[in-house]
Design a protein around this ligand. Structure first.
Ligand SMILES: [Zn+2]
Length: 219
């Protein structure tokens, strides 16, 4: 009955790169994870939906330190009253709420012109209504298709010769077909583990589940 329990939020493909192009330095392990549609939420909006003083509960820890899929889910209501139930919340809470959809989700919800944005860059993005167990929230803006991106530490960035906000490419080798994604945004922070985030449409397009090799390439 509970679709959320059978929905796989994150699918892993961990493939070790052999060799390396940086004077023989060992290549970092590249992890590619696909993020299913989800919501990031502010504490204020969380309390509107779940009640005063409410705190998120951990369902599953994610690959980046401190990030987790919460037990809590909401219902997203788009234009023309089309709905997406069991939309998972990711924690911890943030300064502003944001909903990340795959393009297919957005089309089915009635937002075919959903903008592709980096996380947190929400000016001019569409809003939505969100229904929780204790209330309804009118989100004025914040529905986006997340731009594909890679998290990396400064030392990993040095290995690849990349700077913060650079764009790189991602090559996914799979038996069914090999795909190269262009315009993968580079995000560098000392707290980041090397991990590429793509959405479910992108993961399906490149058959990530059956990938035999993943490579980060300079643009
Ligand atoms: Zn990410």
């Amino acid at each position: 009955m509970d679709r959320a329990t059978i929905e796989t939020l994150v699918r892993n493909a961990i493939v070790k790169r052999l060799g390396g192009g940086n004077g023989g330095a060992p290549a970092p392990t590249v992890v590619v994870n696909s993020s299913a549609r989800h919501m990031h939420i502010s504490q204020e909006d969380l309390e509107t939906l779940f009640g005063p003083g409410y705190k998120l509960n951990v369902h599953k820890m994610l690959y980046q330190d401190g990030q987790f899929a919460a037990k809590e889910t909401v219902t997203l209501i788009g234009p023309r009253k089309r709905m997406i139930p069991n939309l998972r919340i990711l924690g911890p809470t943030r300064k502003q709420s944001q909903i990340e959809l795959a393009f297919t989700d957005a089309v089915s919800l009635g937002i075919p012109d959903i903008p592709t944005r980096m996380s947190g860059e929400l000016d001019g993005t569409p809003g939505a209504y969100i229904m929780g167990p204790k209330g309804i929230l009118e989100l004025k803006q914040g529905v986006i298709r997340a731009m594909r991106h890679v998290h990396m530490s400064p030392s990993d960035a040095a290995f690849y010769g990349l700077k913060n906000h650079d764009l790189c490419r991602l090559k996914i080798t799979a038996p069914s077909c090999t795909t190269i994604f262009d315009e993968v945004a580079v995000r560098i922070d000392p707290s980041f583990k090397l991990e590429v985030h793509i959405d479910t449409d992108e993961a399906n397009a490149c058959d990530l589940d059956h990938a035999t090799k993943v490579e980060i390439l300079k643009a």
